[in-house]
Design a protein around this ligand. Structure first.
Ligand SMILES: NC(=O)c1ccc[n+]([C@@H]2O[C@H](COP(=O)([O-])OP(=O)(O)OC[C@H]3O[C@@H](n4cnc5c(N)ncnc54)[C@H](OP(=O)(O)O)[C@@H]3O)[C@@H](O)[C@H]2O)c1
Length: 137
């Protein structure tokens, strides 16, 4: 969903050399494949819109959810860090408990509401741990 929308917007600007991928061409759970592609293509910026987003499915397919939503971003962080690429990663409001009456901020305490949120939170932590620098916003 987000990946297709982003492509529509980014391709309007000729200065971007876009390299779109999907699970068939680049599986983010496969670190060797990621390293090979990042070393070959040497992207300046990697935008990760890949995820296992079936919230109910995450409860029953926990291994798959963890692999795609947590290990995948960890692999991306390692491979981006190695070549000095910036990684843009999208998390989710499910990392919070959902009881706030005002919008959440990056500084709010996390407390995942479900397993999908748990895996997305672990991804945030993996990225912070495996990249030399990061911004949260
Ligand atoms: N949509 C929302 O309301 C929302 C809200 C908050 C945050 N987000 C976050 O925004 C990001 C994009 O979400 P979205 O709604 O665009 O999700 P989406 O439509 O479900 O797209 C996710 C894509 O990731 C692909 N994918 C799954 N496993 C993969 C793997 N191992 N390697 C590479 N690609 C893989 C999926 O391919 P298949 O379809 O072939 O499995 C799918 O094309 C996610 O990080 C999500 O957590 C979304």
């Amino acid at each position: 969903m987000l990946g297709s929308d982003l492509m529509e917007i980014l391709k309007r600007n000729e200065k971007y050399n876009l390299i779109p991928t999907d699970v068939d061409t680049l599986d983010i759970t496969n670190i060797e494949e990621l390293k090979e592609t990042s070393n070959e293509k040497k992207p300046d910026i990697v935008i990760n819109v890949a995820a296992y987003t079936d919230v109910d499915g995450c409860e029953t397919n926990r291994e798959l959810a963890y692999n795609v939503n947590a290990i995948g971003p960890k692999n991306l962080a390692i491979s981006c860090n190695e070549i000095g690429a910036k990684l843009v990663h999208i998390s989710t409001d499910y990392v919070f408990h959902g009881e706030n009456t005002v919008p959440y901020t990056e500084e709010d305490e996390t407390d995942p509401i479900n397993y999908y949120g748990e895996t997305k939170l672990v991804a945030e932590q993996f990225i912070q741990k495996n990249m030399n620098s990061y911004l949260t916003n």
